[in-house]
Ligand binder design. Structure first.
Ligand SMILES: [Zn+2]
Length: 115
């Protein structure tokens, strides 16, 4: 039976994955909105289709206040990837924290064994 991956190898893999994801991560929730414009006589003001979808990011800022911003077309792909990267980052951090916990408990056991 193959041995389980060494904790140190797993740790290094996680840390490099975390570094990669952290470089691109975006914090927030995506939503798409449709808007009316300011041009007189535009179809959007006469019950026709509105303009969009426009991508928005919203998130809780300091003091728990919800804030957000409009994402220009040119930044849409990177923003979508960034939000996905944030989610993956959380999963990687949780996995790393689990390794940290196991390491701490193992160290405590070894210390008490050697006493
Ligand atoms: Zn319009």
């Amino acid at each position: 039976m193959p041995r389980a991956t060494e904790p140190s190898v797993q740790r290094r893999k996680l840390l490099s994955e975390i570094e990669r994801l952290a470089e691109v991560a975006i914090f927030g929730t995506l939503s798409e909105t449709y808007r009316t414009c300011g041009s007189a006589g535009c179809h959007c003001q006469a019950g026709g289709p509105k303009h969009g979808p426009h991508l928005n990011v919203s998130y809780r800022g300091e003091k728990g206040k919800t804030t957000g911003y409009y994402v220009p077309k040119g930044a849409e792909a990177a923003t979508r990837e960034g939000v996905a990267a944030w989610q993956e980052l959380q999963a990687c951090l949780r996995e790393l924290a689990e390794l940290n916990k196991e390491r701490n408990l193992r160290q405590a056991r070894e210390e008490s064994d050697s006493r």
